[in-house]
Ligand binder design. Structure first.
Ligand code: F6P
Length: 323
């Protein structure tokens, strides 16, 4: 390619700026032109591109969010929208695209790339960690660190009042954030899509905690769990344990913000470079990822459709430690 475009799409994630910076700087390093596209795929359709140089991405490495802004584009789901996007790219002389985002963004990237025989590489940027082909996605580490900082604070007040707190974390239909933050914050239980916990198991855990004189407790609830809405779960528990003081906290979009951790900055830097280098060696319709400390490229098809792997060892450890 001679001119690479980069965009961020879907829910933002801390470290996206660091990834954009890495893409821009490595493109410049290899003597390629590079343009930033504003508002994700919406910007491709509206033609809101801007050529960037190495100075355009100064002082962004440490900031959360994405300076290119992001969107979940409905228009890019239509053939007309994608046709317009392609025309704009061709008009600007752009011949390759890097998409920083999650599975929805890569679905769009795959369709677009096939339709117009356009070279596209993906960089996994989502707090959910739900993509196959990388051990970690950009933003996940920061989001889990934010989650445990909040849970630690909840624990202070939970402990002062001997209360049981249900804390909801994000993750869409996966429990990566829930499991990792439950372990790191010492939660009594975790309710997530992957462990299909029952009410009986929950009741037993709470009864056991009482027998062990553990009077304040945290239960981490993944938003996509199969047991139910967090308020319904709280109602069930209140009915079963009327003597307990039970509270609900939803962490929500807090988890999407903040300065990226060292881990996310380094991962984003690695993957931004890997995406550009992938384009240079002719990779197409793939996502750059890091597995076992090694950069690998996984076809979009696989990255989207195969289930990201929740380490069963973490589930086992959590069981042991909640005794
Ligand atoms: O994919 C990231 C994520 O934060 C999910 O964890 C959550 O379900 C969703 O995005 C929320 O989307 P929105 O920011 O559009 O409300």
């Amino acid at each position: 390619p001679s001119h690479i475009a980069v965009l961020t799409s879907g829910g933002d994630a801390p470290g996206m700026n660091a990834a954009i910076r890495a893409v821009v700087r490595s493109a410049v390093y290899y003597g390629k032109k590079v343009s930033g596209v504003y508002n994700g795929y919406e910007g491709l359709i509206d033609g809101t591109f801007e050529e960037l140089d190495s100075r355009s991405v100064k002082y962004i490495l440490n900031h959360g969010g994405t300076f290119l802004k992001s969107a979940r584009s409905q228009r890019f789901r239509t053939p007309e929208g994608r046709k317009q996007a392609h025309e704009n790219l061709v008009k600007a002389g752009i011949d390759a695209l890097i998409v920083i985002g999650g599975d929805g963004s890569f679905t769009g990237a795959k369709i677009f790339s096939e339709e117009f025989d356009f070279q596209v590489i993906g960089v996994p940027g989502t707090i959910d960690n739900d993509l196959y082909g990388t051990d970690f996605t950009i933003g996940f580490d920061t989001a889990t660190n934010t989650a445990i900082e909040c849970i630690d604070k909840i624990r202070d007040t939970a402990s002062s009042h001997d209360r049981l707190f249900l804390v909801e974390v994000m993750g869409r239909d996966s429990g990566f954030i829930a499991l990792r933050s439950a372990i790191a914050a010492g939660a009594l239980e975790v309710i997530m899509p992957e462990n299909s916990i029952t009410y009986d198991q929950l009741y037993q855990a709470i009864e056991r905690a009482g027998q062990n004189k553990k009077f304040s407790n945290i239960i981490v609830v993944a938003e996509g769990n199969k047991l139910g809405n967090i308020f319904e779960i709280a109602d069930h528990l209140k009915a079963k344990f009327p003597h307990l003081d039970i509270k609900v906290t939803i962490l929500g979009h807090l988890q999407r913000g903040g300065s990226p951790t060292v881990f996310d900055r380094v991962l984003a830097s690695k993957l931004g470079v890997a995406a550009v280098e992938g384009l240079l060696i002719g990779r197409n319709k793939v996502m750059a990822g890091v597995m076992h400390n090694q950069v690998i490229y996984t076809p979009f098809e696989e990255a989207i459709t195969r289930r990201a792997y929740i380490n069963p060892e973490l589930i086992r450890i959590n069981k042991i430690l909640t005794i």
